[in-house]
Design a protein around this ligand. Structure first.
Ligand SMILES: Cc1cc2nc3c(=O)[nH]c(=O)nc-3n(C[C@H](O)[C@H](O)[C@H](O)COP(=O)(O)OP(=O)(O)OC[C@H]3O[C@@H](n4cnc5c(N)ncnc54)[C@H](O)[C@@H]3O)c2cc1C
Length: 336
């Protein structure tokens, strides 16, 4: 089914709950509908693919076309000794897929429970949480190339995944609409419980199984992160910065309690939330714009904030972190 609407209100299509609209909104539920649209209409200069809108910040109304792919359905497409291969439509809510996989006792996605958004964005963003990234489980990504109007496929390697990064954010930015994703899930689970207090919390529930890991991740997330339905936000606003080991060691001599995590042999990951908190931003509020009181990485809209006010606050935060620590923060949220 196609929906093509002018002056479309995006308030419920962005998790910051910003009151913005788009000149044109195009939703489709079948690959052929997108291909038909591309055959009959010329793409305007300005267009953007919109999933669930939980990682986008619209600075103003969007003067262009928003393409909203909404293919539904999850199905098993293959099986071998150790794995089941599930294909999910890009419009499926991410957490519905995780819930379903856990229900069928398939393992691999449980640490990624309760991440907002749709399946189509998971490979774009290479979403991650609690020591697991989508790339660990993505087998194949299917889509449509908006320039050639051809159906395309990408193996895991071809997606060039990185930390919250992929080919779809770089060479193929805005060139491919992801229409479905094939995930490779374990029949015989090997749990990843190394992150923080995950293991001890799961142990409290008794048996270590996919369902208990999911339940634990959900409880931890609910206690830490604001629900966008109540307070507009897009999760972590900034990525955790990755710096050289030398630089991290030098910082640590001045800031003894700086948390550091090995990223590779030569590089160290710093906690952006800690850096922001040390600059005094945690709990900051000015009008309807603020930094969440429990989570310094999360910038929030308390009601009627404007996109550009949120961007202004993010710039102030970046500047102060750079002044204090010499560390450049990169935004995780896509600013439009
Ligand atoms: C409370 C909260 C907690 C969060 N926690 C986490 C977390 O733990 N880990 C994490 O990684 N993220 C987290 N996020 C961020 C967000 O959930 C993810 O980035 C998610 O993948 C965004 O999905 P979406 O469908 O809403 O994408 P959107 O916000 O709509 O789009 C994100 C980007 O992907 C592109 N895109 C979307 N769909 C497609 C498609 N089908 N084809 C091509 N391009 C597409 C868009 O153009 C845009 O560039 C959190 C967000 C919130 C609000």
């Amino acid at each position: 089914m196609i929906r093509l609407i002018d002056n479309f209100d995006l308030t419920t299509y962005n998790s910051f709950n910003l009151k913005v609209n788009t000149d044109r909104f195009f939703e489709f539920t079948e690959v052929e509908e997108l291909q038909f649209f591309l055959q009959t209409e010329k793409l305007p200069e300005k267009y953007l693919v919109l999933g669930g809108g939980s990682n986008l910040l619209f600075q103003n109304n969007f003067e262009g076309l928003l393409i909203h792919p909404n293919l539904q359905g999850v199905g098993e497409i293959n099986e071998d000794r150790n794995y089941i291969y599930l294909e999910a439509g890009c419009g499926v809510e991410w957490d519905d897929l995780v819930r379903l996989s856990v229900q069928y006792e398939l393992s691999g996605l449980e640490n990624l429970s309760l991440i907002p958004g749709n399946v189509g964005a998971a490979p774009v963003q290479n979403i991650g949480a609690y020591g697991v990234e989508a790339k660990d489980r993505i087998h194949l990504v299917r889509g449509v190339n908006l320039e050639s109007n051809e159906v395309v496929e990408f193996t895991n390697e071809e997606c060039k995944f990185g930390y919250r990064n992929s080919i779809f954010k770089n060479e193929l930015k805005n060139k491919v609409v992801v229409t479905s994703v094939v995930f490779k899930l374990d029949k015989f689970p090997e749990f990843n419980l190394e992150y923080g207090a995950l293991k001890s919390e799961v142990d409290k529930l008794g048996e270590v199984n996919t369902s208990n890991v999911r339940q634990t991740v959900i409880s931890i997330r609910e206690s830490k992160l604001p629900d966008p339905a109540k307070v507009g936000n897009a999760g972590s606003f900034f990525k955790n910065p990755i710096v050289s080991n030398d630089f991290a060691n030098r910082l640590k001599t001045t800031f003894k309690d700086l948390p550091v995590y090995a990223s590779s042999e030569e590089q160290t990951k710093l906690a952006a939330g800690w850096l922001i908190e040390k600059c005094g931003w945690k709990g900051f509020r000015e009008g309807d714009v603020g930094v969440h009181p429990n989570q310094a990485l999360v910038i929030v809209n308390y009601g009627n904030a404007k996109g550009e006010q949120l961007v202004h606050l993010s710039t102030q935060i970046k500047n102060s972190v750079f002044e204090k620590f010499g560390v450049q923060l990169d935004t995780e949220v896509n600013i439009i």
